[in-house]
Design a protein around this ligand. Structure first.
Ligand SMILES: [Zn+2]
Length: 172
């Protein structure tokens, strides 16, 4: 059984008012009317992955050609437990993004903590605009999630390295 084709690297997108009943693999369906995106899990398991679009759920960005979803898609409730990012219609499997995500999370975390403790230490001084703190903290909520759930030595990391041994075969 050849499984290496199951883990796709790209998606296309379709904007539609209604999400069709029959979803095609490799298509991210976006209903702006219902502020929801739906796709079949990119691992090929065929499960529907529903990502509501809201300030506290996912953010979809469309640059006129490609779409991105953030934060990452962690299908912890599915048997496959796949985890990936959709960025410019490309699928970045989380193992390839872990270090980047960790670094981004850590740096944001440091900045936020620094700002927070500065404010606490010097209550008389001018405080940073609260809107910045809100935006940063909502991003930060995702970063530790990625870090804790995709550990360097966890079973998921081992699975990913196993998967990579498949995807690297025959690509060179
Ligand atoms: Zn899956």
């Amino acid at each position: 059984m050849n499984r290496k084709g199951r883990f796709r690297r790209t998606l296309s997108h379709e904007f539609a008012e209604f999400i069709p009943e029959q979803l095609r693999e490799g298509v991210l369906y976006v209903s702006t009317t219902y502020a929801t995106a739906v796709h079949l899990c990119c691992c090929g398991c065929g499960q529907e992955v529903v990502t509501p679009l809201s300030p506290t759920d996912w953010t979809l960005s469309f640059n006129g050609e490609t779409v991105s979803l953030s934060p990452s898609i962690g299908n912890w409730s599915l048997p496959c437990r796949s985890h990936y990012w959709i960025e410019d219609n490309r699928i970045e499997w989380s193992g390839e993004m872990t270090q980047k995500a960790i670094d981004a999370g850590r740096s944001k975390d440091r900045q936020l903590k620094a700002a927070y403790f500065d404010v606490r230490r010097a209550p008389g001084e001018e405080q940073p605009p609260p809107v910045n703190a809100t935006a940063a903290s909502s991003e930060i909520l995702d970063a530790p999630d990625v870090v804790t759930k995709v550990g360097h030595d966890g079973p998921f990391a081992k699975l990913l390295s196993w998967l990579r041994s498949f995807t690297s075969n025959g690509r060179g």
